[in-house]
Structures are given as C-alpha cells and as structure tokens.
Design a protein around this ligand. Sequence first.
Ligand code: NAD
Ligand code: MG
Length: 391
Amino acid sequence: MRRISVFGATGSIGQNTLDLVRRDREAYRVVALTGAGNIERLARDAIEFDAEVAVTADPERLADLRDALAGSGVEAAAGESALIEAAQRPADWVMSAIVGAAGLAPGLHALEQGASLALANKESMVCAGPLMMETARATSAKILPVDSEHSAVFQALIGEDLAAVERVIITASGGAFRDWPLEQLAQATPEQAATHPNWAMGQRITIDSASMFNKALELIETKEFFGIEPGMIEVVVHPESMIHALVGFRDGALMAHVGPADMRHAIGFALHHPARQALPVERLDLVKLGQFTFREASETRWPALRLAREVMQAGGLTGAVFNAAKERALDAFIDRRIGFNDMARVVEETLTCVSAQDSLIHAGFTLDNVRSADHLARITADEIMGMQAAS
Ligand code: NAD
Ligand code: MG
C-alpha cells in the first residue's frame, strides 16, 4: 500500500485526486488530508478515507473539526505548524494542492522527507523554484507537475534530450473575457471573471485565467521547472483547451499533448508515474471536434504576460513579490475594492517599489527570505491600493 497525503484536499484539485484514489481504494493508505474553511467536507473525506490526521489551516475551526471527527479515530489538528507536522509524516506521494503561497512550506517539508511531490501549487515554483528543485535534489525526491500545461511538457519530453528543445509553447484558453472589447474590461465583475469557458476550477485560478495572471505564473513555472530560457517559452491562445502544450525540437518537430479539459489526467499521470494506468477521462472524438484554433496572446489585452517576462528577466525573489502582489490584488478585486484592470497595475507598481530593494531581492532562496519578500510585497500592494482608494 502506498502512503499518500493530499494538501488542499477540499479544493478542486484535491477532490479530483480523491476521486482517483477512491477508485482504487485498497492501493493506498491515506496519511493526511488538509483543508481550510470547509470543515464538513474535510471531516467527511477524512472519515471515508480513514486518514491518520485531518488538518484545517484555520486554528479557529479546530473545535469544529474535532466535533466532526468525534469517535472516528481520525486525529484533528489545525494551523500552519500542524500542516508542516502533517507534511513531515512519512509518505510515498504527496499532492500539493493548497492555493497560493501558503502551499510552499508544506510542499518543501514533504520533499525534505523524500516523498514524491505532485505539484499543482504553481505558486511554489514561482516564489521559490530554485529552493524546490534544490530540496528535491538533496533528498532524491521527485517533483511531478500537475498543472496541465507542465504535465503536457513533461510528457512530451520523456525520452528526449533537453538540449534538442528549441521552444516550449503553453496554451491558454483566454479565460472569461477573451472575446470582450478591451474598453469593457474595466467594468468586469468578480462573478463574470469566475466563469471559465472550459475548465471547472477553484475561484481564484479561474479569475487568474481571465486576467492571464494564471498563464503569467505558468510562464515562470515553466522556466523554473524545466530550466528553459524565458525567450524559448511562448504562450498562445487556444480557445478549445484541448492542446495543453507543445514542445518544439531543433529538427522542426512539434510534439503536442492533446486531451480533454479534465485535471484527472494530469493528476493521474503524477499519481501513477512512471507507469501509465487507465484513467476515467473522456476519449476525444477528433472528427466531432472538427478544428483547433489559435490566436495571439496579446500583452496589451493581458499585461500580466509582459509582467511575467519582466519577472523572469529580473530573477532572484522577484517571483515571490509578483505572486504576493497578485494574491493581494486578487483579494481586493474579489472584495470589489479595485477593478479588473487595476490588478495588473497594482502588481506592476508593487514590483517597481519592492524590486528597488536589491538586498531583499537577491538575498538568496531560503524559506525565510522568500517569506520576507512575500510579506513586504503584501504590505506594499495594500499601501498602493489604500492610497488609490484615498485619492
Ligand atoms: P481551490 O480553491 O479549489 O482549493 C484550494 C485548497 O487550498 C482548499 O483545500 C482550501 O481549503 C485550501 N486552502 C485555501 N487557503 C489555504 C491556506 N491559507 N492554507 C492552507 N490551505 C488553504 O483551488 P484549486 O483550484 O484546487 O487549486 C489548487 C492549486 O492548484 C492552486 O495552486 C492552483 O493554481 C493549482 N491548479 C489548479 C487547477 C484546477 O484545475 N483547479 C489546475 C492547475 C493548477
Ligand atoms: Mg494550467
């Protein structure tokens, strides 16, 4: 039996992961499941999967979690230190599917104890790519990409020589507003931004798809994960979301990964790696689909893409600043304190302010340094938004 843990078990990726585990229940021993506010779901799943421990990130919900787990034999725990303690419990495979920078520390601790880390939490790579890779190297732990584009690139590279790669193309659906006139974007509401044309995902990543901040994070994730030069990574809008990524080789060949918009493919690939097992995803009928289309990913429409290029150029802890500023701007957009277009502006201004602190940006990749950069970026983004609200 493989020992597995799922961080962010109550979310969209977490639930898809448990769906696969449920189909082959006897093959796994579930160590830890974690969530935040959705105690009912966390407790229900922890009992169903007979987990050793269930952890909520919210310390104020510990009593509720204890009540919900009473008599089940599942341990209840809460808070950041409990998440880390859960990540340190020996496991063979750990799903990292917390949303945001909060996913970094548990993932690092899982790598430190040598577990294979299925990485949905792209923020870990954006904030601390070199630290993640170095930690994995030190313990010979594997990091398996779960983001669909990165799983696609990973699969296209199997058996290939990285030196023969000329370009990597990741696709973007274009999100909720890809066909909106530019002038209308300023009025876009959180509800409109949170409807995705093709994928069913968590609220935050869905809004990030509409703003292209999701693709911006994925550009940086591609650079960090595969060690590919930023100039070799392209983004193309592909409204059908069937081709997830393409890898171009020096002989002119382009290897495309094609599949339905169902995260259980990428999750299942990471779960069974290096084997390929049957997965419950739709088989595509190409004739019925008829055609695949592509459009330019305009940096005028989606300034987040330009910002990602600047972040990759700047290096150091700029990625942590970029992600933290984006998280705060997204919070403010969801709370209707700023408009849709303001998100990119707030992130750009935060980058300008915080990047001026050379000693902070180039302090080196330790968890403490990443946290300092993240913290300063959040304060700075809040100040920028506060000033704008006041003026
Ligand atoms: P979600 O919002 O559906 O779920 C997030 C999970 O994280 C929940 O279990 C929630 O309880 C937990 N969580 C939230 N805040 C937390 C905190 N501060 N501390 C600890 N736990 C916390 O999100 P999702 O769509 O499943 O995405 C999870 C991650 O996977 C994100 O990094 C996202 O970018 C990435 N991802 C998601 C998809 C997708 O299809 N949903 C695809 C690719 C990558
Ligand atoms: Mg993706």
